[in-house]
Structure formats: C-alpha cells, structure tokens
Design a protein. Structure first.
Length: 68
C-alpha cells in the first residue's frame, strides 16, 4: 500500500529544468528520487547541498527587504 502511494501519479511531481534553473525543497518533508541515467538521452547532473534553516530564513528576509 505504501509503495502504491509513492508511485501514484497523483503524489508525484516531475520537472525538466532548463540550463540555469534549479529546484529547492525541504528534504525533511519530501521523499525524492530520480530516474535512472540513460546515456542516449543526454547529460544528467544532480548536485546536493545542505543549508542551515536559520541562515536561509535570514537571507530570505534580507532579500525580501532589498528587492521590495
């Protein structure tokens, strides 16, 4: 039953990104994965990083003030 929930189209989002785009998500609340690499379909790159929540919240507040 859990497997069916994970693989249900109703519970999945899939993104095709253009050069220069990125997706950010809270890994504590999101189960994520990726499709297998197919050498015939082109380049495939995945890069991860970790952020401190307080630092991120602070930076977002500064950006909101300076771009408003």
């Amino acid at each position: 039953m859990l497997w069916q929930l994970f693989h249900s189209d109703a519970h999945q989002l899939e993104f095709t990104l253009k050069p220069g785009q990125m997706v950010a998500f809270d890994n504590r609340r999101v189960l994520h994965g990726r499709r297998e690499f197919d050498p015939n379909s082109g380049a495939h790159h995945l890069q991860g990083t970790y952020l401190d929540r307080d630092m991120l919240a602070s930076r977002l507040r500064v950006l909101a003030r300076t771009t408003a």
